[in-house]
Design a protein around this ligand. Structure first.
Ligand SMILES: O=C(O)[C@H](O)[C@@H](O)[C@H](O)[C@H](O)COP(=O)(O)O
Length: 241
């Protein structure tokens, strides 16, 4: 479903700007993209129009098992003819701080080249699609509960050195960039996501501290938010009738 949604949005972007910019998180999300390299999509998608970036990346070598680039390359990019120079991964020879700066610079270049749109509301890059998989703790990208990175609004890309999930050092989109996307798809599968889904989808009382569940803070300012979850992840939803 998510993969097909991805395609619908792609068609609109390619018609309008001749390219389709997508930012991927890591985790189980990548396994859901498998549909895209099966018939009929493998032949009907103009992959040359795709530009792929990551919403977050671990500060490890791109050949390291923990690398989101490696995960995506092995399970998706190696199976579709997206142009290598349209794939923007981090420079894994830099410190995490410098890698974050360099990644932001690369995104700024894409904005300058008009590959990436800019939000009319907050001058952030406006990705056509941001695909996120929600962590069992309600994290999205590498934005973790109660982490100061949630407050970051000056930078497009920030870095952390104390991730609650190993490895500790990561770069990540900041919330303003995620919330500037034209389309955000949030994926959740498995019972361990049910509590986070309850808070993120059903909302919570005023007294609830949304930074406890970063997925609650994903609210596109001028874009669509679509959830895809399995029955286990949805098992605690109390959607009003
Ligand atoms: O680099 C990362 O750790 C991922 O980007 C992270 O945001 C992941 O997507 C979630 O933790 C969900 O992971 P699962 O879908 O595997 O539970």
């Amino acid at each position: 479903m998510a993969a097909v949604y991805d395609l619908k949005q792609r068609e609109i972007s390619v018609k309008e700007r001749g390219c389709f910019t997508v930012a991927l998180s890591g985790g189980s999300l990548i396994s859901f993209l498998g549909k895209l390299y099966e018939a009929p999509y493998d032949k009907t998608v103009d992959w040359t129009k795709w530009y792929v970036l990551w919403t977050d990346e671990r500060a490890v070598s791109k050949s390291h098992p923990d690398s989101n680039y490696k995960l995506t390359k092995d399970n998706f990019l190696s199976k579709v003819p997206i142009l290598n120079n349209h794939v923007y991964s981090i420079n894994d020879n830099l410190t995490v701080e410098d890698a974050a700066m360099q990644y932001e610079f690369a995104i700024r270049q894409l904005v300058k080249a008009r590959i990436l749109n800019v939000s009319s509301i907050n001058d952030c890059p406006k990705f056509d699609l941001v695909l996120l998989s929600v962590g069992s703790n309600g994290s999205v990208a590498s934005l973790f509960p109660h982490h100061p990175a949630l407050e970051q609004s000056d930078d497009w890309i920030t870095y952390i050195t104390d991730s609650s999930e190993p490895p500790p050092e990561r770069i990540t989109f900041t919330l303003p960039v995620i919330n500037s996307a034209s389309n955000v798809v949030m994926l959740a599968s498995g019972e361990d996501k049910a509590t986070a889904m309850h808070f993120a989808v059903d909302g919570s009382g005023e007294e609830f501290d949304a930074s406890a569940v970063p997925a609650c803070l994903v609210r596109p300012v001028d874009g669509k938010l679509v959830w895809f979850m399995d029955m286990l992840a949805a098992s605690k939803l109390q959607l009003s009738g």
